[in-house]
Write a new protein. Structure first.
Length: 178
């Protein structure tokens, strides 16, 4: 097992994911979204509206037995955003989520990151894992943090004034399902 940021890669299947790991994933991913959202709402109500952009993951659409707890809690975050959009839309508050695929950050690329953990479990070299992961997307590359930030800015702006309840993937075509 390797805990790399917000993702615990757990080779060996469901039996190896402990209750503490499930709870830690819930607290980080779900409650780490719910709490700041609740805290921001009074000010958004006072201002007469706003936009909430939740950073999720592709994993609600790309379940992985190496990251059960991460995938499940990211699916909960995506569902939370959709439900919240229905409640807050009449209050002029838009809620959208973004589902990044692999991103060129330390989570994936640093020593001890996801690529290293997958490499350790599979017997591949970390560079092979990085290359295969990038190659699994239609674009053949990882998403950059700047590309995710640009999508956040767009969703928060008035240019997307009628977009709410959406989960936009930015993954270079990594997830091949609808």
């Amino acid at each position: 097992m390797n805990n790399v940021g917000a993702v615990t890669v757990q080779p060996g299947g469901i039996a190896r994911v402990t209750d503490d790991q499930w709870q830690a994933s819930w607290d980080l991913n779900v409650m780490g979204t719910v709490r700041p959202t609740r805290a921001a709402l009074p000010q958004m109500y006072r201002r007469g509206g706003g936009s909430i952009v939740i950073i999720g993951s592709v994993n609600p659409y790309y379940p992985d037995p190496g990251t059960y707890d991460y995938c499940a809690t990211k699916a909960a975050v995506t569902n939370f955003g959709k439900a919240l959009s229905k409640e807050l839309g009449p209050k002029n508050i838009r809620v959208n989520s973004i589902g990044p695929g692999p991103v060129t950050t330390g989570l994936w690329l640093d020593e001890g990151g996801v690529a290293d953990t997958i490499a350790d479990a599979s017997g591949q070299a970390p560079d092979e894992v990085r290359s295969a992961t990038a190659g699994a997307s239609a674009m053949g590359r990882f998403t950059t943090p700047e590309q995710v930030a640009d999508l956040v800015v767009f969703l928060a702006s008035d240019r997307s004034a009628n977009t709410t309840g959406s989960d936009l993937r930015i993954d270079g075509g990594f997830v091949t399902t609808i």
